[in-house]
Design a protein around this ligand. Structure first.
Ligand SMILES: Nc1ncnc2c1ncn2[C@@H]1O[C@H](COP(=O)(O)OP(=O)(O)OP(=O)(O)O)[C@@H](O)[C@H]1O
Ligand SMILES: [Mg+2]
Length: 153
């Protein structure tokens, strides 16, 4: 499947996108979140976790300092990683509980460039770009790989 591009006008639109993706998720999934500083990676992860929690005000702090935050749901846990500070050191990523996360959870990964060889083939890349220099506008590209190609239709 080719990548799908969406232009959104504001942050609320992320909730619609999250609501579309949430029902597709199952244990073992990896969603990578690409985009410049402040593009909206954490904001998307927060929207998705809130949809899964069925709670608009679920607290979802950025994992900037903790590097990973874990949320337990009925059928899986969500591991929200922010690898910005790791400079592609696989051992550091493994120490954060990467293997457990892959087995038990759905991984949301900010700065997935750092994953190196840990980047799985089956995944959904979500790329968030600033758009038209307009405050709330973003271009969002959904790029499915491997098994994800049949799941996004
Ligand atoms: N359409 C939009 N989508 C996402 N965020 C938006 C949008 N419009 C405005 N924003 C704002 O842009 C900021 C995005 O910050 P966020 O922390 O999500 O970025 P990030 O990509 O995770 O950055 P970092 O690389 O520092 O982790 C927030 O302040 C959010 O309110
Ligand atoms: Mg972030």
């Amino acid at each position: 499947m080719n990548p799908e591009t969406l232009i959104i006008e504001n942050e609320n639109a992320l909730t619609d996108l999250a609501a579309r993706i949430a029902p597709l998720l199952k244990k073992g999934d990896v969603l990578t979140l690409h985009g410049d500083l402040g593009a909206g990676k954490t904001t998307f992860a927060r929207a998705l976790i809130r949809v899964l929690a069925r709670k608009d005000d679920e607290e979802v702090p950025s994992p900037t300092f903790t590097l990973v935050q874990v949320y337990d749901f009925e059928t899986f846990s969500v591991y929200h990683f922010d690898l910005y500070r790791l400079e592609e050191k696989e051992n550091d990523i493994l120490e954060l509980g990467w293997d457990d996360a892959r087995r038990e959870g759905v991984c949301l990964v900010e700065w997935p460039e750092r994953l190196g060889t840990l980047l799985p083939r089956d995944r959904l890349d979500i790329i968030i770009n600033f758009h038209n220099n307009k405050e709330g506008m973003r271009e969002i590209i959904l790029h499915p790989y491997g098994a994800w190609e049949n799941r996004l239709s």
